[in-house]
Write a protein of this length. Structure first.
Length: 482
């Protein structure tokens, strides 16, 4: 690659507070259009904003985790522009006095540590949502545009990185790691489809060793993959311009996901175009040491540290630790299971296998799972002691997952008790030995798979109810006596 790539990301995160940033309106997603509005978020004359403390705390917690310097005193600013999604004709944002600045995010890139500097973290209000022509529900609305003010005034945190991500893949990994942390902090659900996480990128290229080139801004990427694809195309587009001796224009470009290309939207505006000035309706925001310290003590253990601890304390393979610590709720759930059944690898196998399979099938958030970690512990205990075969345990677990009932109760109700009675099983073993002479000979020659096959045949005859341990023992005895 003859050009050095420099990418900076501007990530907008809708904070998961119950109410908006400056009024009491609900922030719940999916309500009928314009049903969550009031004179304040509609920008009617004479109203005054009151700041949402929780939104400030979410922003502060994020800034702390991103190792930022927190401003002791900061002011909000009016960003003036006229657009239908902005009822006041200005957005309350932060300009030269952000809540926090000069932090960094550490993550791993191809197994190597990578540190990316964070320029600033600030708090602002979201704009309303515009719905145009082809995205509307009714065919007769195709010529119209609609505006939904439910989104106007939702707290929005902006996290701006320095332009030091050097490839689209690195930008992608930065965003994956940032999102994981935000979800651990529970400051946002980071749902990209619902717009709670949005990402703009600025990107420039320059011949190796030279200063930064002219940058373009890329908008409208609706998934992590689209971000990477859009950036890759933009690197190619800029490279071919420079190859031909042409110049890159400073402009904003839109990612067009249908046609997989980027197109020019407007030449880039400058900060002075917005006529920023301090918001006169809000007092400066003061963050004292005590508030900061209190928030620090409430921070959760974050994914990188938890990942290391899972490997060290539970003896889990790195893969397991990665899956289990990806989401805080899952990691919490796993630890509670282990507390009631202290066999981490068995628990991990079950959580990564059966548990996540069912969770993903119905797309259920972990806190809504009906089975308690203690119930899983008791189920796994039965499996370990051999009173429940793996196959039956799976069946029982499916029922537990649906109803939240105890394993013991389901086993009783469905008459799923294992057959451990040797007398009953001996006849079945005898039959299987007679019917499968080939496999019996293979087993006698020392082929272990032949034994598994024979055990499987007995299990089949009992519809999975035979105890595999007993069947194993009986088969070994029987074949040994031949
Ligand atoms: Zn409101």
């Amino acid at each position: 690659m003859k050009y050095q790539v420099n990418i900076g990301l501007e990530v907008h995160v809708e904070l998961s507070t119950a109410s908006k940033l400056f009024c009491g309106c609900s922030t719940k997603f999916g309500a009928p259009p314009n049903s969550q509005t009031c004179p304040i978020c509609l920008g009617l004359p004479g109203v005054l904003p009151v700041i949402n403390k929780k939104a400030v705390e979410y922003t502060l917690s994020t800034a702390l985790v991103l190792n930022c310097k927190i401003s002791r005193l900061c002011r909000f600013a009016r960003k003036n522009y006229y657009y239908p999604d902005l009822p006041k004709n200005y957005q309350i944002s932060q300009y030269d006095e952000p809540l926090a600045r000069d932090g960094y995010l550490d993550f791993e890139m191809n197994g190597k540590p990578r540190r990316v500097e964070i320029e600033r973290v600030h708090l602002e209000e979201d704009a309303a949502k515009l719905i145009h022509g082809e995205d509307t529900q009714n065919p007769e609305d195709r010529e119209a545009s609609f505006v939904d003010y439910n989104r106007a005034g939702i707290p929005l945190m902006e996290i701006v990185s320095q332009p030091e991500l050097h490839s689209p893949e690195e930008a992608y990994q930065y965003l994956v790691n940032l999102k994981r942390i935000l979800r651990y902090l529970k400051v946002s659900d980071c749902n990209m489809e619902e717009g709670s996480l949005r990402c703009d990128a600025n990107i420039s290229i320059s011949p190796q060793g030279e200063k930064l080139g002219t940058r373009t801004e890329l908008k409208n990427m609706n998934s992590f993959k689209e971000l990477r694809d859009g950036l890759e195309l933009e690197v190619k587009r800029q490279s071919s311009l420079l190859d031909r001796g042409e110049k890159v224009m400073q402009e904003t470009r839109l990612w067009d996901s249908k046609n997989k290309r980027t197109r020019s939207m407007r030449s880039k505006e400058e900060a002075h175009d917005y006529r920023y000035f301090p918001e006169p309706d809000l007092l400066p925001l003061e963050v004292n040491e005590e508030w900061k310290e209190n928030l620090k003590t409430e921070l959760p253990e974050l994914p990188p540290r938890r990942y290391q601890r899972f490997i060290k304390d539970y003896g889990l393979p790195p893969y397991d630790a990665g899956v289990l610590t990806d989401v805080k709720d899952l990691a919490d759930y796993f630890e509670k299971c282990v507390a009631s059944f202290p066999h981490p690898k068995l628990v991990s196998n079950w959580i990564m296998g059966e548990f996540l399979r069912l969770v993903k099938k119905v797309n259920l958030p972990i806190p809504q799972v009906k089975v308690s970690p203690e119930q899983i512990g008791r189920l796994l205990k039965q499996m370990k002691e051999g009173t429940l075969s793996r196959k039956l345990a799976k069946l029982v677990f499916e029922e537990m997952f649906k109803t939240g009932k105890d394993a013991e109760k389901i086993i009783e109700e469905k008459k799923l008790v294992q057959i451990t009675d040797e007398l009953k099983l001996r006849d079945l073993v005898e039959g299987v030995v007679k019917e499968n002479k080939g496999a019996v000979n293979d087993f006698k020659k020392g082929k272990k798979e032949a034994l598994s096959f024979l055990v499987g045949q007995v299990m089949k005859k009992t519809k999975g109810k035979a105890s595999p341990q007993v069947v194993n023992k009986l088969l070994k005895e029987r074949v040994g006596s031949l």
